[in-house]
Design a protein around this ligand. Structure first.
Ligand SMILES: [Zn+2]
Length: 231
């Protein structure tokens, strides 16, 4: 929409509504865009469940898996360059409660971190704080066991806050910025609307919402008929 008719008094209500409908139609019409439109294209909304996992630093990887150890790809994830690795660890919480076969996601990160669902936290005897990935100050730790050694993680065990990864184009499309909160509507037999989906804008990512297993199970995400991000 590039033109607007003015009669000196501003557009009447019916005109405004017609224009809004036109804008919405044009935006929807640009899905899968042909590259000629000046408006931000609408990306396919992907919602994925992020099962419990560990991010590992290169130093910790070598302690756990031996000198020179590298993560190897089991399965690529939706975001380019990210993958579920073949490497798994066992974590041990207070009172020796354990979770085994905890998968490491690659690539390596500067700091190790473990993301669990609340259900996992209860099994581990840990009271998990809800945090953005990377924000691990004053969070619980645990013991991490690999095939070649163990580390005592002082902090870094969290429940990741539900979030949406967005390219700047997606942020423009939805009219949001980094750190904004959105809602995610999930329709289906366990229809649910999640609030406080935090927006994380990064030019290297594709549009993707991350829920944990508790959230994904609560709304029966695999059986969902429709998902929608709401500002
Ligand atoms: Zn994520």
């Amino acid at each position: 929409m590039s033109t607007m008719v003015h009669d000196g008094r501003g557009p009447d209500r019916a005109t405004v509504e017609r224009l809004v409908r036109q804008v919405l139609r044009e935006r929807l019409g640009s899905a899968g865009g042909d590259g000629r439109t000046a408006k931000p294209p609408r990306s396919k909304l992907v919602v994925n469940i992020s099962a419990r996992h560990m991010h590992v630093s290169p130093e910790h990887l070598e302690v756990l898996f031996g000198p020179g150890a590298k993560l190897t790809v089991l399965k690529p994830l939706y975001q380019d360059g990210h993958f579920a690795s073949e490497q798994t660890v066992t974590i041990i919480g207070p009172r020796h409660r354990t979770i085994s076969n905890l998968r490491i996601l690659g690539p390596c990160r500067p700091a190790s971190q473990i993301e669990l669902a609340f259900t996992d936290g209860i099994a581990m005897g840990l009271d998990l704080p809800v945090r953005l990935s990377g924000d691990v100050k004053d969070t619980p730790g645990c013991l991490v066991l690999g095939p070649k050694g163990y580390i005592e993680l002082k902090e870094g065990v969290i429940r990741a806050q539900r979030h949406v990864h967005m390219h700047p184009h997606d942020a423009a499309y939805y009219g949001v910025g980094n750190g904004d909160m959105m809602k995610l509507r999930v329709e289906g037999r366990c229809a649910t609307t999640f609030e406080d989906i935090i927006v994380r804008v990064d030019p290297k990512v594709k549009l993707e919402v991350h829920l944990d297993t508790d959230e994904g199970n609560a709304c029966d995400l695999p059986g969902a008929s429709r998902v929608e991000l709401i500002r």
